[in-house]
Design a protein around this ligand. Structure first.
Ligand SMILES: Cc1cc2nc3c(=O)[nH]c(=O)nc-3n(C[C@H](O)[C@H](O)[C@H](O)COP(=O)(O)OP(=O)(O)OC[C@H]3O[C@@H](n4cnc5c(N)ncnc54)[C@H](O)[C@@H]3O)c2cc1C
Length: 379
């Protein structure tokens, strides 16, 4: 077995045992156990793409995507919590060498979680409408604003915060800052939904005149917005991979149930009318998995992945939204129990539909990239 396959197998075992036990509790509003983050750190999950000399594992995007899928097969929220912290480590390593000693040891060891904060109460899809403002002073920067709907924000120790620098109001004014979320002037809060958010740690924070040193600016105005646009393709591809994993796990759960549950004297699986739903889900999963694999490969190869990543995310989310309710129904009342993954994945796909780009703007992106009637915004 290669080192990569061995690593994937160890993550799968962790997900199927420790993570699966905790996930049942999260469905019933239990809190995230910090010890689980440290186990994830022991598996190297916060440094998958970081070079070995920087404390990482030195793997590529395809491996990160495969790890995301293994975790999401059990709990999408935990997978998002891990990959969002990982991505901050990667960003710090690439763009903020002066800050690595301060932040990376705690992040890589799972002591501290991190988040990337673009979204605000008044700006979601339209990122350029963000209102958080960074004012330059003789000592550095002062940040004021609010972020909401951010993975990990309820417990993260640090964040990469996108803000407009100076008086400018367009995409070119947006810069990115490393912010200590325990600093004076920062107040974190939990963002609750009708679905459990414990493992995803969804939350927000307000920034009231938060003072930052000059080196806290890690992506300068003029580069931050284009960096968001290119990196979000990777996020769309791994969210698609996570959706495929949630559907595959649901199909497996239902297929196993169909072998052991009988009606009218034979197993459910022996009833043709019952197993057609499963066969349809399996067929559609094969198609969306093939598209997702192409998107992941394009990103791993550094090819232009805008179109494939958008299409993969749209297709994977919609395939889950179509089939997960049918999978749940195929288990009868048993499908509603938190001890299996169906209700958890059904809830998670509603979040997956929004994170890293909602469906309608993604379809619009596909249209523009396919027919270029209207140029995509370049700012
Ligand atoms: C669980 C969860 C975790 C998240 N984590 C993060 C995170 O870590 N960091 C972060 O920065 N953000 C995060 N987000 C925010 C996410 O990126 C936004 O929810 C998403 O960008 C959509 O923005 P919005 O919710 O404000 O919807 P809006 O932008 O208000 O859109 C509302 C609806 O209108 C549609 N719409 C918007 N514009 C158009 C258009 N031009 N044409 C057609 N339809 C349109 C959208 O598709 C959507 O259905 C998270 C969201 C969720 C739910």
């Amino acid at each position: 077995m290669t080192a990569r396959a061995d690593h994937l197998a160890r993550v799968r075992t962790f997900a199927a045992t420790e993570l699966a036990v905790k996930a049942v509790g999260w469905a019933q509003e239990g809190a995230l156990d910090p010890a689980l983050f440290r186990t994830a750190a022991d598996l190297g999950l916060f440094g998958i793409e970081l070079p070995v000399e920087a404390g990482g594992l030195g793997y590529d995007f395809a491996h990160k995507s495969a790890i995301c899928a293994e975790l999401a097969a059990v709990d999408f929220g935990f997978a998002m919590a891990v990959v969002n912290t990982h991505n901050v480590c990667k960003r710090l390593h690439r763009s903020a060498p002066k800050l690595c000693d301060r932040y990376l040891p705690d992040l890589l060891s799972g002591q501290v979680a991190a988040c990337t904060a673009l979204t605000e109460p008044g700006a979601g899809t339209d990122v350029v409408a963000l209102a958080t403002r960074a004012t330059q002073t003789s000592d550095g920067w002062v940040l004021t604003g609010q972020k909401d709907w951010i993975v990990n924000a309820r417990h993260a120790g640090m964040s990469i915060v996108f803000a407009k620098c100076g008086p400018g109001d367009d995409g070119a004014a947006i810069g990115a800052f490393a912010v200590d979320l325990t600093a004076p002037g920062v107040t974190r809060y939990a963002t609750e939904t009708g679905f459990p958010q414990a493992s995803m740690g969804t939350g927000g924070f307000t920034l009231e005149h938060v003072t930052l040193p000059p080196e806290a600016l890690i992506l300068s105005p003029g580069t931050a917005f284009s960096s968001i646009l290119s990196e979000i393709n990777g996020a769309r591809a791994y969210v698609a991979a996570m959706c495929c994993a949630m559907l595959a796990a649901s199909i497996d759960t239902v297929a196993a149930y169909g072998q052991r549950r009988s009606s009218f004297g034979k197993p459910l699986m022996a009833h043709q009318a019952w197993r057609l739903a499963l066969a349809q889900a399996q067929t559609d999963l094969a198609a969306t998995q093939a598209l997702t694999d192409r998107a992941v490969a394009a990103i791993a190869d550094d090819s232009d992945a805008q179109l494939l990543a958008a299409q993969a995310k749209i297709h994977a989310v919609q395939t889950c939204q179509h089939h997960l309710p049918r999978m749940l129904h195929a288990m009868g009342a048993e499908g509603l129990r938190p001890t299996n993954c169906l209700t958890r994945h059904l809830a998670a796909v509603q979040s997956a539909a929004l994170t890293d780009g909602a469906i309608a703007p993604l379809l619009e992106r596909v249209a523009r990239l396919s027919w270029s009637a209207t140029p995509l915004r370049k700012d």
